[in-house]
Design a protein around this ligand. Structure first.
Ligand SMILES: [Zn+2]
Length: 257
């Protein structure tokens, strides 16, 4: 039996282009609840796409949005996961898929672009290469032997995915026009491209190699937006200045990915 892991985020679905829809601190709880529904319908479309090829697949769905981006009851046909970082233990899965993904911090006209923290982080560079959440997690999966076969999100997130995994299948549900601006597909259209893209992806997954482009030692440079007065110290941690730290690790899962 095939098994799939869907990694979700709240910034990427059609209809979402404001931080008020994703950050609880911005004070619009009803807009966040509405955005969660937009993500859920694309997650469900992804599940339908997978099941159109592998009807009895095991499908796990991880809610990867920090403050929560999905309600368990809204996920249909997959198992909802929330706790910890289960993408760090992907042994046994056949493929990883992303739904609702945004581009890395600093990407031109990419809606809600950020790298882990939209408030704190200016950029991540791994072994000299700018990288975002997609590349980091595709690498974690790849080093466990699991290919990343699909991404649904805005056009810039899709281009970023293609940069790291050229064979990946993508579904573009909105076109970015600024950090809080996009032209969106209708909900129905978005679900259609996600469903069809996910089906194509799992049909082709044998042709998509696990992403293993980086090898140990892993040197992660993190650029912060503001000076860090209480930055972490320790082995393999070197502060280049008060906004820039370099972390060196042999195990990829020990990096803040
Ligand atoms: Zn994110």
């Amino acid at each position: 039996m095939k098994s799939f892991f869907i990694l979700t985020d709240l910034e990427g679905p059609a209809g979402v282009d404001s931080f008020k829809q994703t950050r609880p601190g911005d004070g619009a709880p009803e807009r966040i609840e509405a955005a969660k529904k937009l993500l859920a319908r694309e997650v469900n479309a992804c599940i339908e796409g997978i099941r159109s090829v592998y009807a009895d697949a095991v499908i796990d769905v991880w809610d990867g949005h920090g403050p929560g981006g999905l309600n368990a009851a809204d996920v249909i046909g997959g198992r909802y996961l929330r706790e910890n970082q289960p993408y760090k233990q992907l042994e046994g899965y056949d493929a990883l898929l992303f739904v609702g993904q945004h581009a890395m911090a600093g990407t031109i006209d990419a809606p809600l672009n950020h790298t882990y923290s939209s408030r704190a982080i200016a950029y991540y560079r791994l072994n000299g290469v700018f990288i975002g959440e997609f590349g980091a997690r595709a690498l974690i999966a790849g080093l466990q032997g699991v290919p990343t076969v699909f991404l649904a999100g805005d056009d810039k997130a899709a281009l970023e995915a293609l940069m790291f995994v050229p064979e990946i299948e993508t579904a573009v549900v909105k076109r970015g026009k600024g950090i809080e601006a996009a032209e969106h597909l209708s909900g129905e259209e978005a679900c259609r491209v996600v469903r069809e893209g996910a089906a194509r992806a799992v049909r082709r997954m044998g042709d998509i190699a696990p992403f293993t482009r980086f090898a140990a030692p892993f040197v992660l440079e993190i650029g912060y937006l503001a000076p860090q007065t209480n930055g972490k110290q320790g082995e393999g941690i070197e502060w280049l200045n008060d906004r820039t730290v370099r972390i060196t690790r042999d195990e990829i899962r020990e990096l803040p990915f």
